[in-house]
Design a binder for this molecule. Structure first.
Ligand code: 5GP
Length: 120
């Protein structure tokens, strides 16, 4: 686990293309790529290219409002590109008790199968 939540994460290497990823969508501020351990036929992570203190959603402050909106809209673009607009889920795991493992804010976009509710 990433004990130092301010430390660089694997996502920095993905952003910098130091390690490969399967990119689904990219713009100036946002990167979306396939999760390496998919939990559904479609499982894409949407991240800000600049973490800017957003190790987790709970660290957001007013200066992050714009990027938070951009991330959520990018999730919709990803769902559209992946053909799952009729049914998809967007998840943010915040903190260890919610199973967050990478401390660089990310939205999970999941779909392509019947999703269960409530989640575990
Ligand atoms: P979390 O548990 O923090 O909400 O989600 C982190 C996600 O990042 C996990 O679903 C995990 O599979 C994914 N992940 C971790 N390392 C890598 C990697 O190197 N490449 C990709 N594409 N996904 C990763």
């Amino acid at each position: 686990l990433d004990a130092d939540k301010g430390a660089p994460t694997i996502f920095d290497k993905i952003i910098n293309k130091e390690i490969p990823s399967n990119i689904v969508y990219e713009d100036e501020k946002v990167l979306a790529f396939r999760d390496i351990n998919p939990q559904a036929p479609v499982h894409v992570l949407v991240i800000p290219k600049s973490r800017d203190g957003l190790t987790e959603l709970g660290k957001a402050d007013p200066r992050h409002e714009e990027i938070l909106g951009q991330l959520l809209y990018a999730a919709k673009i990803v769902a559209e590109k992946e053909g799952i607009l009729d049914g998809f889920r967007v998840v943010i795991n915040n903190g260890a008790s919610a199973c967050q493992s990478v401390y660089h804010l990310h939205l999970h976009v999941l779909g392509g199968r019947q999703m269960k509710w409530p989640p575990g």
